[in-house]
Design a protein around this ligand. Structure first.
Ligand SMILES: [Zn+2]
Length: 238
């Protein structure tokens, strides 16, 4: 009997199970009108974690990570619901508008005809293999869909350089230590980040540890200013 990666099994179960909304669980639809409205109506906010780690990039997010949003993100990331990528991508796109309006260096680059890079947060290789794709990379491409590529350039520039523990069981300090020095800029992308304002893209921001480490790697590679855009955030709205 072939051994399926766990995500494939989840996808098979999802396909075999009665249809239910990935957000609220309503039967008979994979994505209900109420959950769709929740995402469409989302408005980006500046957000920072409590406590806020040093060198946290300015971050904007659209939704609290709870209830239907949390269920939908988990189903999208680990439950085989890749059909949600365009929906979540539209949320990121609306957050990008707030990012660009709120970050003068990024706006100045765009107005001046210079590129701004959209940089997906990296996944562990094992996670990408199990999911069949780099999910946050697909989210970033969905967010940029239809935007002239010369302006907002999707640049999959970051990679994890060593194994890291699952962040979900760790507190703020543990997450920071777990990730410290773990992200680097890919060799092929180094020349493309120099001097270029970057927007980190991730699905959820919790303690900020991932965004801090990604921003550190970009800045050390000589990037322009780094800010971040996420679909959802766990605590404290500012
Ligand atoms: Zn629903």
């Amino acid at each position: 009997m072939p051994i399926h990666p766990w995500q494939d099994v989840l996808a098979l179960v999802e396909l075999a199970a009665p249809t239910a909304c990935a957000g609220c669980g309503e039967a008979g639809t994979r994505w209900c009108a109420a959950c769709s409205d929740l995402l469409v109506d989302a408005r980006a906010h500046a957000w920072s974690p409590t406590p806020c780690p040093p060198r946290m990039p300015a971050t904007w997010s659209a939704l609290p990570y709870a209830d239907a949003v949390r269920h939908a993100v988990v189903a999208w990331k680990d439950g085989g619901r890749t059909d949600l990528t365009p929906h979540l991508g539209r949320v990121v796109r609306s957050v990008l508008a707030a990012v660009l309006a709120g970050s003068p260096p990024h706006l100045a680059a765009l107005v001046g005809g210079r590129p701004v890079a959209l940089v997906p947060a990296p996944s562990a290789r094992a996670g990408t293999r199990a999911r069949g794709e780099h999910r946050v990379g697909a989210l970033t491409r969905a967010a940029a869909h239809g935007i002239p590529a010369r302006r907002l350039v999707v640049l999959d520039a970051l990679r994890l350089t060593r194994r890291v523990a699952d962040q979900s069981g760790l507190g703020a300090g543990g997450r920071m230590a777990n990730l410290s020095g773990a992200v680097s800029v890919r060799r092929a992308a180094r020349s493309r980040v120099v001097g270029v304002p970057c927007v980190l893209v991730d699905d959820v921001v919790t303690t900020g540890a991932t965004l801090v480490e990604c921003a550190r790697a970009l800045r050390e590679a000589g990037s322009g200013p780094v800010v971040a855009a996420t679909v959802a955030a766990t605590r404290r709205w500012t």
